[in-house]
Every structure is written in structure tokens, then in C-alpha cells.
Design a protein around this ligand. Structure first.
Ligand code: SF4
Length: 315
């Protein structure tokens, strides 16, 4: 079966071995974050829709999970904001009913969670990973370039309400951009907001792949450690820095159709040859052969960054 909505399983820095489920078309999102690793948002929207039929998504999941593959998580993520799918609640409920042995994670920017009905729909998840990069409106707009009408204050309120209602784990991501959200003024606003949300864990992130805006650079270790120290002294929950990608011997699931698997990954996640080798469980020489061919066919964009040469699927 060719998968349109599933990708991976990929080795994620935060979630271990994770099967991605993509519920929305390419770059439908209420935000246009300057650090987004999957290009700029061309459909900046708040409108929830049934972009793809629920049965189509479930058919792929049932097929993939039929043999009971070992996974750390099934994760809603991909090339847009998953909560924009108007029937995500039904998909979550059915997966939990049919495959209770799997942990379900939701990667979300959280901005639609001011909708009490939507919050109720996502309660069966085991782990929710929302983002809060700034709580001053000026910085929120600079970093996240939101749909008009969205405010940082509203996001903080929505995530606080989620905390009250959701008994699973919440890991809050804060993406640090030096000079914008690492100043004392910013952190003095951010720390009380995080205290109010009460996540189980705060994860500081920084650029690991090319961002949508050229000027965004990875925050250095000194900056990340300074921000971490500042937050640790003011918050009662653990704060950690998300580790950079580096090759390890993870359990992998060698795909049957390597070309399709590479396309599915590169459409949603720019990757180096080493990333792909690790994710897909294939020797680097084989990956390099495929990448050369894709490049000759003009199917991939190539960007040289500090961590290596990144390939992404041309849209
Ligand atoms: S990082 Fe996430 S929330 Fe931000 S633009 Fe990209 S997909 Fe949307």
C-alpha cells in the first residue's frame, strides 16, 4: 500500500521511534514561524476542515499497524497544523479503541485550543507537545507571524485550560532565537506564563535544520544554558535542552519502497544523508545513490548548513 498520510517511522529527537500521521495538506497552518523547517506557510488559516476523509487515514493506519510494529509513539505532525483537521477527535478515538497498545502524541502549535470542543477531542492522547515561544505580543508576532487576531495571551489561556482538563503529559516547547526571546524582559514575561500552564516538562529548542527565514540561526549552547538556568530558578518543573540530531544505533523499520519512504520523509522534514540513513535503516551509500538520482531529476532542493547538506522535497 502506498501511504499518503503516514511517514516514517522516523527517529525523532523528542519522541524516539515515531510513526508520523499527517492530517492536513502541505503548509496549512495558523502560524508562519520564522524557524519552520518546512518552508513558509502558504495557507495561513484558522478554518478547520475535513481535508482528507477519516476512512482514508484510518485505512493506512490499520494497514501499517496490522503486524504490530514496535513504535514509541504514533504522532500527529507533518507539514501543517494537525488540529486544523475538523475530525481529528474521531481519528484519535478510533486509534485508541483499535490500537490501545500504542502511545499517541500530538505536536501542535496550540493556537486553536481556545476552542473547548477541540480540547475535549484531544483528551485521549497520551502526550501533547504544544509550543510557546514568546508571551509578549511583539515577539510572538515576530517569531510566529500568526494569523491576524491570534494573540500570545489567548494562547497562554488556551494552554492553561488544557492543563486543567488533560491528565496526560504536556511537554511545552520553547524555540529560542538569540536576541529575540532570550532577553531578561522576554523571559520575565515567559516564565510566569509557563508557570501558569504547568507543563510536565519544558523543552528548549533551537534550529537543527534550515528554517523558513534565512536570518534565523541556531542559538548557541551558552544562550540555551543561560535560558535554561533562568527558567530552572523560577519554575517548578524540569527544563531541558533538546539534544541535536546525531547518529545512533536506533531500531529501524526498513521500508519496502525506499523511493516512496524517502519522498514521504523529505516532504515533511529536510534531512541530511546521515539523517535518512538513520531514519530508514539503510546504508549511507544506498541513500546517497538515491539522493544523487533525485537531484538529477530536479526533485529535491539542496541547502548547505552547519550540520551538513540538507535535502528537501520540491513542492
Ligand atoms: S513550525 Fe509548526 S506552527 Fe510553525 S509554521 Fe511550521 S508547522 Fe506551523
Amino acid at each position: 500500500m502506498k501511504y499518503k498520510h503516514l511517514f516514517g517511522p522516523v527517529h525523532s529527537r523528542r519522541l524516539g521511534f515515531s510513526l508520523g500521521v499527517d492530517l492536513v495538506p502541505f503548509k496549512y497552518c495558523p502560524l508562519n514561524c520564522v524557524y519552520c523547517e518546512i518552508y513558509s506557510t502558504d495557507h495561513l488559516t484558522l478554518e478547520r476542515q475535513e481535508f482528507f476523509p477519516v476512512e482514508e487515514i484510518l485505512a493506512e493506519l490499520r494497514h501499517f499497524l496490522a503486524d504490530g510494529p514496535k513504535l514509541d509513539y504514533i504522532t500527529f505532525s507533518g507539514a501543517g497544523e494537525p488540529t486544523l483537521h475538523s475530525r481529528i477527535g474521531e481519528i484519535i478515538r478510533i486509534i485508541k479503541e483499535e490500537f490501545p497498545q500504542y502511545q499517541l502524541a500530538l505536536l501542535t502549535n496550540g493556537v486553536l485550543l481556545d476552542d473547548a470542543e477541540l480540547r475535549k477531542e484531544i483528551l485521549p492522547c497520551d502526550l501533547i507537545l504544544p509550543s510557546l515561544d514568546a508571551c509578549r505580543q511583539e515577539s510572538f508576532e515576530k517569531i510566529n507571524q500568526p494569523h491576524p487576531g491570534l494573540t500570545a495571551q489567548k494562547l497562554v489561556e488556551a494552554l492553561s485550560a488544557l492543563r486543567v482538563e488533560f491528565s496526560g503529559q504536556i511537554w511545552l516547547e520553547v524555540f529560542i532565537i538569540e536576541g529575540i526571546n532570550d532577553t531578561p524582559e522576554e523571559l520575565d514575561c515567559l516564565a510566569p506564563a509557563i508557570a501558569k500552564i504547568k507543563p510536565d516538562l519544558v523543552q528548549l529548542n533551537s534550529l537543527d535544520r534550515p528554517g523558513s527565514e534565512e536570518w534565523v540561526e541556531a542559538a548557541g549552547e551558552t544562550v540555551l544554558n543561560r535560558v535554561k538556568k533562568y527558567l530552572v530558578e523560577r519554575l517548578e518543573m524540569p527544563v531541558e535542552i533538546i539534544a541535536k540530531s546525531h547518529p545512533q544505533n536506533f531500531e529501524t523499520h526498513v521500508p519496502q519502497d525506499i523511493g516512496e519512504a524517502m519522498k514521504a520523509t523529505l516532504m515533511r522534514r529536510p534531512s541530511t544523508a546521515e539523517d535518512l540513513s538513520q531514519t530508514l535503516g539503510l546504508h549511507i551509500n544506498e541513500i546517497s545513490k538515491f539522493l544523487r538520482q533525485l537531484n538529477l531529476e530536479g526533485k529535491v532542493d539542496i541547502k548547505r548548513e552547519e550540520r551538513g547538506v540538507f535535502y528537501s522535497w520540491k513542492h
